[in-house]
Design a protein around this ligand. Sequence first.
Ligand code: HPA
Length: 299
Amino acid sequence: MGDLYGRVQAAAGAIRERARLELRTEFVPRVGTILGSGLGGFAAQVADAVTIAYAEIPHFAQSTVEGHAGRLVLGTIGGVPVAVLQGRVHAYEGHAMEQVTFATRVLGLLGCRALIATNASGGIRADLAPGSLVAISDHINLTGTNAAMGPNDPRFACAPGAGGRFFDMTAAYSPALRRLALEEARRQGVALGEGVYLAVLGPSFETPAEIRAFRALGADLVGMSTVHEAIVARQMGIAVLGISLVTNRAAGLSGVGDGPGETIHHEDVLEIGRRMEGPFSGLLTALVPQIDAQIERGD
Ligand code: HPA
C-alpha cells in the first residue's frame, strides 16, 4: 500500500500539469463536485473545460458502474474554478476504502475548500417520491466501515485545526451551505427537501424489513455512497454540501395496502437522473459561486 499521501500528491500533480498544458496557466479549483448515478450531465455546465479520463490519472480507480462516466472535468462555473468528478467508485465494486475516497483527497490537495457530493437514493420518508431533490442534513453510516480508518496522516489537512485522528461530525453537512441551497432552490421554484441519508454497502438494494428498520432509526433516504467522501472531507477540513436525487421509493414502500410494491432497477435510477437533469444542473450552477463566496467569508 505504501504512502497514501504520496500517491494522492502524484495524482494531483498530474492533474495540475495537464491543466497547465491545456490552459497555459495555473489552475486551482475552489469547489469540487462528485456526480452520482445518472447525474453526470451537470459536467456539461463547466466552461473552458479540460477533461481527463480517470484512466489517465495515476492511482485513480475506475468506476465499473453504468451511469458513472469516469472523467474529471476542470473548468469554471460562474467564473469559479471547479473540479467535477463525473462518476465515483463505490466500496461495493470491491474497491478498498482508500480508493473510494482517493478522488476526494485529490480534490482537497488541488485546492477545493468545498465539496458538493451528489447521489441517487431511495426515498424512505413518505413525502420523498421519485424525482425529489433533497439536501442531506446528516447521515447514518451503516456500511460497516469508515474511510478514515488506518494510519492518520496530518498532511491531508486543508484548513487550520483539521487532519486530526479524531474529528467532529456534528455539522458534517455544512448548515451554511445547506441554507444557500434551500434559498436558491426557493428562488428557482425547485422543490428541495432536507433529510437524513443512510448508507449501506450494497450492491443489493435493501429488503422491506431493512427499510422499516432504517425508518425507525431516523433515515429519510437510503443509498450506497457519499458518507465515506463526507467523512474524509470533514477530516481534511473541507465543507460538504450533500444533494440527493430520490430515484425510487425504498424497498417495500411503493405498493398499496400489504402489496410488496414495485421492484427496484438501476435503469430506473438512471432514467430519473436524466429526467431531473435540468433542475438539478440549474440549482448547482447557481450555487457554485454562492458556495465559493460563503467559503471565502469563512464558514
Ligand atoms: N437503495 C440504495 N441505493 C439506491 C436506491 C435504493 O433504493 N436508489 C438509488 N440508489
